[in-house]
Ligand binder design. Structure first.
Ligand code: CTP
Ligand code: MG
Length: 239
């Protein structure tokens, strides 16, 4: 069923990277292109709306056109905060979309399998988010820099994207956030304002978000390893 609309959030300023991180190349494609391309093999996608900065509209449009994705792609300006950017994407998205798959353009390494398993959970439960167990102990600090709270680690998860939601419920959550004057950093928080539940689909540590300069060699390494693995598989099947 082609009823999933992808909202690609690409309107950030990359302040922690110190440059436009989405336009950096990893192998043959930019970070933005990898993130969009990951959805190409998902047969359920009906449309993509990429939300970006006003000054990048032309570049982003061109880079996405180059990919010749198998669904219509629109590129529109985003907002000051992530919630405003996603809301702009929702307003532009085709009414054919019964689910919204919201994805950080800064997560270029998400795989088709991860997207498929998140979507299967969203269809079953109404909302789903890829996430992984936290590796480190998390500390909450008080206002003076001292340890205030150490939450038990076994139930803590790091949120990733895509996060996939029933469209009508997500829009209800958006309306509620607006009514309450909330600006939330995570789309699950918006969705939950509708009363919907979010299943935490087990993801993979390789679906990292390109945030600081240290993330680039890590991402390059993961991509190179994947390429090597697929080459080995190819040569094995040829033998
Ligand atoms: N994003 C967006 N609109 C905003 C802010 C962020 O669409 N107003 C997007 C980013 O482009 C990114 C994703 O949300 O793909 C996750 O955000 P983050 O990693 O924080 O990216 P930036 O906000 O660009 O980086 P920074 O916080 O370091 O400035
Ligand atoms: Mg940010």
């Amino acid at each position: 069923m082609k009823d999933v609309g992808v909202i690609l959030a690409a309107a950030g300023s990359g302040s922690r990277m110190g440059q436009d991180k989405l336009l950096l190349k990893l192998g043959g494609y930019t970070v933005l292109q990898h993130s969009a391309k990951a959805f190409a093999s998902c047969p359920d996608i009906c449309a993509m709306v990429a939300v970006t900065r006003q000054d990048l509209l032309g570049k982003v449009r061109q880079q996405l056109e180059e990919l010749e994705l198998p669904f219509p792609v629109q590129v529109i300006p985003g907002g000051k905060t992530r919630q405003q950017s996603v809301a702009a994407g929702v307003q532009t998205m085709s009414g054919k979309a019964k689910f919204y798959a919201i994805h950080d353009a800064a997560r270029p390494l998400v795989t088709a399998e991860e997207i498929a398993s998140c979507l299967a959970d969203a269809r079953e439960y109404g909302g789903a988010c890829l996430s992984v167990p936290v590796k480190d102990t998390i500390q909450q600090m008080d206002g003076e820099g001292f340890l205030e709270l150490t939450p038990p680690r076994d139930r803590l998860r790091c949120a990733q994207t895509p996060q996939i939601f029933d469209a009508a419920w997500y829009r209800a959550g958006m309306a509620e956030a607006k009514r309450l004057g909330l600006d939330l950093t995570d789309d699950c928080q918006v969705f939950r304002l509708s009363g919907g539940r979010v299943y935490l689909t087990p993801g993979s540590y390789t679906n990292l978000k390109i945030t600081t300069p240290e993330d680039l060699p890590l991402a390059e390494g993961i991509l190179a390893q994947r390429e090597q693995e697929s080459n080995t598989q190819e040569s094995n099947t040829m033998e």
